[in-house]
Design a protein around this ligand. Structure first.
Ligand code: ADP
Length: 247
């Protein structure tokens, strides 16, 4: 049925760096409108997997299918247009611009800076930006400069900017890094809500956070899929416990 359809599938992906296999015949899927978290020890291949999916790294073998289309080796911008958007850990907001201006820029990536800031704003963009501010709880801050925001608010603004691309698959790299406990709780609610309307793939290592958000967990180890399933299922998997706890 449509509820269990896969939005993303990777088949037998191999990524080699100077003969070292960072990804080793990896196959996995991300389902439509589900929040999937990729975990695994440092060096497991999480970042490389996302680099392959977003067109940043070319696999030496294997295929990436997005919504039934083979996107293997597509250019990054084409993959973004197809509906996969990634928020990096490193900040990408313009500190001197207001939240609204940052969002208009993000919503109109193909236009010039000048037209995004001073051009006539289409009704569609106005509605999109207002909706994004609302969804991320930033409506009251709309006219403030991005640099005035707290760390958590900046992260939510960046999520909103990524959403401005209207992705069907949103990929987030360690979204709670540096956040206070309160900010983490707000982020948990935000991500749960976002996953109702699109697929979300999160790379994360904070297990309390993983437990609170993951509908499905994929565990990578040495470039391979070690386990997958619900948090309670993978967390009792003997191989997973061995990798994480040395049991
Ligand atoms: P993770 O995100 O799970 O920590 P990575 O995907 O960053 O893991 O890395 C997987 C493996 O590939 C690691 O052993 C890492 O050192 C190696 N690696 C990643 N990128 C490169 C690169 N550009 N050149 C060489 N080795 C790399």
């Amino acid at each position: 049925s449509s509820q269990t359809q896969n939005i993303l599938e990777v088949f037998d992906i191999v990524v080699e760096f100077d003969g070292f296999r960072a990804i080793d015949s990896l196959s996995l899927a991300v389902r439509e409108r589900e929040l999937t978290v990729a975990i695994g020890p440092n060096g497991a291949g999480k970042t490389t997997l996302v680099d392959v999916v977003t067109g940043r790294t070319r696999p030496s073998a294997g295929n990436v299918m997005f919504d039934g289309t083979d996107i293997t080796r597509w250019q990054e911008h084409r993959i973004v247009r197809a509906g996969i958007a990634r928020k990096f850990q490193a900040p990408s907001v313009f500190p001197d611009l207001t939240l609204e201006e940052n969002l208009y820029l993000a919503a109109r990536t193909s236009k010039t800076l000048r037209s995004a800031l001073f051009g006539r704003r289409s009704g569609a963009d106005v509605a999109l930006v207002a909706g994004l501010l609302e969804q991320t709880g930033l409506t009251e801050q709309a006219r403030r400069q991005a640099q005035e925001l707290s760390h958590g608010q900046k992260q939510w603004l960046e999520i909103a900017m990524t959403l401005a691309l209207q992705p069907r698959l949103l990929i987030l790299d360690e979204p709670i890094a540096g956040m206070t406990q309160e900010e983490i709780e707000v982020t948990v609610r935000l991500l749960r809500e976002l996953a109702r309307e699109r697929s979300v793939l999160v790379i994360e290592h904070d297990m309390a956070f993983v437990r609170s958000i993951a509908e499905r967990v994929i565990v990578l180890h040495q470039g391979r899929l070690l386990a997958e399933g619900g948090f309670d299922h993978v967390s009792v998997n003997p191989q997973v416990r061995k990798v994480y706890l040395g049991e």
